[in-house]
Every structure is written in C-alpha cells, then in structure tokens.
Write a protein that binds this ligand. Sequence first.
Ligand code: NAD
Ligand code: MG
Length: 389
Amino acid sequence: MQNITILGATGSIGVSTLDVIARHPDKYRVHALTAHRQVEALAAQCERFRPDVAVVGTEEGADALRGLLREKGLDTQVACGEKALCDAASGPGCDTVMAAIVGAAGLPPTLAAARAGKKVLLANKEALVMSGQLFMDAVAESNAVLLPIDSEHNAIFQCLPQGYGRDPAEHGIARILLTASGGPFLNRDVATLAEVTPEEAVAHPKWVMGRKISVDSATMMNKGLEVIEAHWLFGAPAEQIEVVIHPQSIIHSMVSYVDGSVLAQLGNPDMRTPIAHALAYPERIASGVAQISLTKMGQLAFFEPNFDRFPCLKLAYQALSAGGTAPTILNAANEVAVDAFLCGKIGFRMIDQLIDKVLNRLPSGAAGSIEAVLEQDRRARDAAAVLIS
Ligand code: NAD
Ligand code: MG
C-alpha cells in the first residue's frame, strides 16, 4: 500500500490523480490533501478519500474547513501555511508525493519531499525550472525517486533505456524531441494576437488544464519551461532538445538515437495516463483512459515552431543558455505577467515583452542556494510589478 500526499489536490492534476487512485483502493491510500482557497472542494475530497491530514492556505480557510469536516463527522487533521505543506510532503506518513501545486508556491513542499527521499511525482514544472541544479542535487543526495508527470517528460522517460543516468551520450541519444500542440493560436493571424482575451487564451484545443498553464500553452512559454525541465530531468544540453509542433497531441514526445531509431510514446491526451504510469512505476495499472484507435485518428502533422509567433519559447531557450538564476527570473516574470493578463491588466502580447524587459533589467546571478533562488524570484516579481504599474 502506497501512502500518497497530493499537493494541489483540487486542481486539474490533483483531481485526475484522485480519479486514478479511486480505481485502485487496494494499492493507494491518501495520507494528505492540500488546496489553496477551494475549501469546499477540499472538504468533499476529504469525505470521499478520508486523508489523515488536510492543508489550506490561510487560518480562515483552516477554520472553515474544520467546520465543514466536523459537520461530516470526519477526524482529518487540518493545518495551514507553508510549513504544514512541507510537513505533509516530507513526514513519515507518506511514501509518495504528487507535486501539483501551480507555480513557485510549490517549490518549498516539493523540495521538502525530495530532501526527505520520497517518491516524487513532479507535475509542478515551475519548481524545477526555478531551482534546477539544487533540486536535482537534493534528489540525488536523498535517493528520492523522481518521476515526471508532465506528459512530454513522462513520454521521454518511457522512451529512455532502463537505468538511464542523465547522460545522453552514454546511451547513444541524439536528440530529445519535445512535441507541442501549438495551443489555441497556432493558426491565428499574428497581427491580431494583441487583442486576445483571457477566455480565448485558456480555451486549449486538446487539453483541459488550470488557467495558468493554459495561458502558458497559448504563448508557448509552457513549452519553453518544458525545455528547461527536460534539461534538468534528462541532463541534455539545450542544443539536443528540439521542439516539434504536433497539433493532434497523440505523440507525447520522442527520443532519437544515434543509430537512426526514433522512439515515441502515443496515447489520448489525458493526464491520467502519465499519472497512472508514475504511480505504478515500474508496473502498469488501468487509468480510465481509452485506447487510441490508429485507424480512426486521421493524419498526424509535424511543424517547426515559429519564434515570431511564439517569442516566449525563444526567451526560455535564451534563459537556459544564460544559466544561473536566469530561468528563475524568466519563471517569476512569467507568473506575474500571466496573472496580470488573466486579471485584464495587460494585453496578451505584453506577456513576452514584460518577461524580456525583466530578464534584461535583472542580472542573473549564481543559483547557489535555495535562499538565493527565492531572493531572485522576489526581485523579478517586484521588477515585473513595477513595469506593469
Ligand atoms: P490548477 O490551477 O488546476 O491547480 C493548482 C492547485 O494548486 C490547486 O489545488 C490550488 O489550490 C493549488 N494552489 C494554487 N496556488 C497555491 C498556493 N499559492 N499555495 C498552495 N497551493 C496552491 O493547476 P493544474 O493545471 O492542475 O497544474 C498544476 C501543476 O501541474 C502546474 O505546475 C502545471 O504546470 C503542471 N501541469 C499541469 C498539467 C495539466 O494538464 N493540468 C499538465 C502538465 C503539467
Ligand atoms: Mg506538458
């Protein structure tokens, strides 16, 4: 029996994770569930999955949750704040942590899970983008098991040889081919992108996801963050990570080898597949996802991405090449910009312009400690906020 903590249980990934877990009550038990503000949704999840612990963002939220749980006659322990998140992710009550908080807020508990040597199922790509080397060092030092949930990275993981040790050359790997759907604006006239509304930006053609990652998919910053994520997970330099636009989202990514072989992972676009893969690894369990029908799915297309349409992708490659805290700055500026766009404070094209300006204004430093990374994250957020106002 695996005891699971789900960080971000009320989000898109959290709900899909609970859907898979509910199919296998003999294998998985929920230790802790966390949410930021969605107290009622969390209370309903507690009623169904009976966790030991539930964590929310604020004291008021915790009081409200305690009241709801009392009405339901549940004895789930309720806590709030960052330390409680870290305890739920690193304490002796859990073996496996699904890291599915969105954004930089997920770094402290995800890192706590890694330091405690847990099995870490990583959806929260921002945590790894911010703290790359430090996070991977923590995993290595504690012997944590790190399994990617991002569908592309999960696909790549499945296409790599067993025992892969983050050295592409040692295993005859030529390139990592990261597929991208291209998002909702792949074919829209570039001249009209400035007028895009938040509702248009979050309407992804293939995936149902949280609002932040949906906007990231529309700008293709999501793919940029994934290039950086692939660099840290698989030890490949930027030049060996190629983005390929594949609008059908059937091939979730590929690995090409020096002998000319290309291995791909295919499936319907449903996050329950990578979630089930990582939960059960190295075994396989049912996920609830239907099999693809090769004869019915029609043609698969592949294109090169256009940096004029998707400048965020270029900014991410540049930040990865610059190294140090440049990816931390990129991520922080992007989070502030996306939030401002979703609140109607800035236009869609201002997202990439803002990130570019913040990257130019703030010198990237050494990412030598988590404190230095968090300080750089704060500075980048401040710089972005000043530019917006
Ligand atoms: P979401 O917005 O649907 O859910 C986010 C979850 O995090 C919620 O439970 C929310 O309560 C919690 N949360 C938000 N802010 C918080 C804070 N400050 N402190 C603590 N908890 C907080 O997001 P999502 O789409 O489920 O994405 C989660 C993560 O997984 C992101 O990093 C995203 O990039 C990654 N991811 C998502 C998908 C997908 O299909 N949704 C695919 C690949 C990767
Ligand atoms: Mg992805």
